[in-house]
Design a protein around this ligand. Structure first.
Ligand SMILES: [Zn+2]
Ligand SMILES: [Zn+2]
Length: 278
């Protein structure tokens, strides 16, 4: 199995070296781990991102470790890029000299409001959740049109603090998922949501079903900010993906996706091997 979304201490708000993450991935029985550290130019989020001039060090360290561990696990390297319309070209210039395996696109900010930080709770709660969701979905749609990327990270992250939008707002996901399919992008099943208020992965089971209907690729990531969080809740995630109808998940080499059978880590997960539990 693979974990395609882990952070490192380079982004200033996660703990652990790349080496520690890789060792945890090997211990968890993974066949691949992909670093997806933050690249955020947004002025409210810069301090939670690796500075752009660290990108060469980040890239080279990951490639060096990939070589060192090549007989035990595949180590990939990508970035979780924050979408901001005015910074698309600057980001492109930062990324372009490197041969990343994958680029993930995220929306963490609506103007100055951080959607994922408890520090911005007051600002978020002063807005109706439908307004926040509509603004968020507009940015995701724009990101798909404007940014060169492979994976949409934590697509329904707006539910992190427990509020859900109305059914009317949810209908917008049909068009959004069609756009994702049209652009041949991969959706990420991000297991970190299970540690927050709703104990639910991103995306929800309902959205996962729609992804299956539209034949959209899926990948899997823990969004680990500590080495011990690598592959968190993966037994449950694999079980859910299988029950929802997925047969494969996507991994990437130098921006090209390929399929991995969902059964790949079954021998590591007794619950699944015994026929699965919910
Ligand atoms: Zn994120
Ligand atoms: Zn992340």
């Amino acid at each position: 199995m693979i974990d395609y979304h882990v952070h490192t201490s380079l982004c200033n708000h996660a703990n652990g070296s790349m080496d520690q993450y890789i060792r945890c991935a090997i211990a968890a029985g993974l066949t691949e781990i992909c670093f997806l550290d933050h690249l955020t130019l947004h002025k409210s989020g810069r301090h939670m991102s690796m500075p752009p001039d660290y990108v060469p060090l980040y890239y080279q360290t990951a490639r060096r470790l990939a070589h060192r561990y090549k007989n035990r696990i595949q180590v990939k390297v990508g970035l979780e890029v924050d979408y901001e319309p005015e910074n698309v070209h600057t980001v492109q210039k930062i990324i372009q000299p490197f041969d990343f395996d994958v680029i993930g696109g995220s929306v963490h900010f609506i103007d100055q409001m951080n959607m994922v930080s408890s520090k911005d709770t007051a600002a978020r709660e002063s807005e109706h959740i439908d307004i926040i969701c509509n603004d968020y979905l507009l940015l995701i749609e724009e990101m798909i049109e404007n940014m060169d990327m492979d994976i949409i990270c934590h697509i329904d992250v707006f539910k992190k603090f427990g509020r859900r939008p109305s059914a009317e707002v949810n209908t917008r996901f049909d068009a959004l998922l069609s756009k994702i399919k049209h652009h041949q992008l991969t959706v990420e099943l991000n297991t970190s949501g299970y540690n927050h208020k709703l104990n639910e992965f991103y995306p929800s089971t309902d959205l996962l079903r729609k992804c299956v209907e539209k034949d959209i690729r899926i990948t899997l990531g823990s969004d680990a900010h500590k080495p011990q969080q690598v592959a968190r809740h993966f037994d449950m995630a694999i079980d859910l993906l299988t029950k929802t109808g997925f047969r494969t998940i996507s991994a990437f080499t130098r921006r090209k996706p390929y399929d991995i059978p969902l059964t790949a880590r079954r021998h590591e997960i007794p619950k699944i091997q015994n026929g699965g539990t919910s």
